[in-house]
Design a protein around this ligand. Sequence first.
Ligand code: PMP
Length: 356
Amino acid sequence: MTITPRPGIMDIALYQGGAAHVDGVVNVLKLSSNENPYGPSDRAKEAFSRAAHDLHRYPVTDHAGLRTAIGDVWHLDPTRVICGVGSDEIIHFLCQAYTGPGTEVIHTEHGFAMYRISALANGATPVEVKEHERVTDVDAILAACTDRTRLVFIANPNNPTGTMIGQAEVARLAEGLPSGAILVLDGAYAEYVEGFDAGLALVESRQNVVMTRTFSKIYGLGGLRVGWGYGPQEIIDTLTRVRGPFNLSTAALAAAEAAVRDTGWVDRCRADNARWREWMATALAELGVPSDTSTANFVLARFTSEAEANACDDYLRTQGIIVRRVAGYNLPQCLRITVGDESACRRVVHAVAQFK
Ligand code: PMP
């Protein structure tokens, strides 16, 4: 007897990224998951260690400490913050609460894979919209909206392109959506853009915009899985109904709270990332591997063909360097390379030069 899952589930591909080793190679350099090469701040590590004293207790259910810290640092109403197991979980909450069979979820051609996965997992229909030269195309998204559209996901900066659209464009998108649709602004890489409010002002002024953020990138806490969302009270209250009471561990909450308050560490990581991103992008371009201007902690390196991109990836692996193939994002000629620290950037550029 075959027990059949609901329609859509078998369209989800099994995840294959994330490996941190290459067989037979020591000193592996992993530049495939956009992690912070400097790790979390010392204050976050200390808070994590302190949390080890109370492992027998369930965590708090209201996340008040972390929500207050996020509210203090970003000048937000903490009652309108929701915390999840990575921003992945916030994406799931949105799809669980607002979609289902007969509804549509819009994502962009080169958009983050989880939007489609979560739509399919909840029985909704994912609708892919073309980008314009690897940049989110607001007119194309508005043209794709129907009365079945419930969620529109855009990441700004976008992964894996690294490109951004301006706040006026984001506002035009929010204003043009049909009623009943929510614009989700995914700000996973927002902290890498100096002075960027990531659309928070828009969330404040509209009833149909939600923002998602993560501790996995600039805060260096990918291993603890913490993300958050901010939106209108009614939407956050709805999402809280589908959130399990103990979704975040005590240690994860403590580390994230300390991390968000350590703004000095975030500023240093942002500055170092910008410096070495520009260096790496320029050096790769000089080797004949251009990229679009990236605003995040990775560059999307463009090769002359899919075959060349794959051959370069294979060569980098022999050198113990793991980068990300992005054929699954309709970008078969490209490799996404995370910006590491100085020695990592020099090592990957040296290896690409040898390959060329
Ligand atoms: N959004 C974007 C655009 C991402 O690139 C990622 C991670 N790769 C996420 C969301 C999810 O991050 P996390 O679940 O670690 O918070």
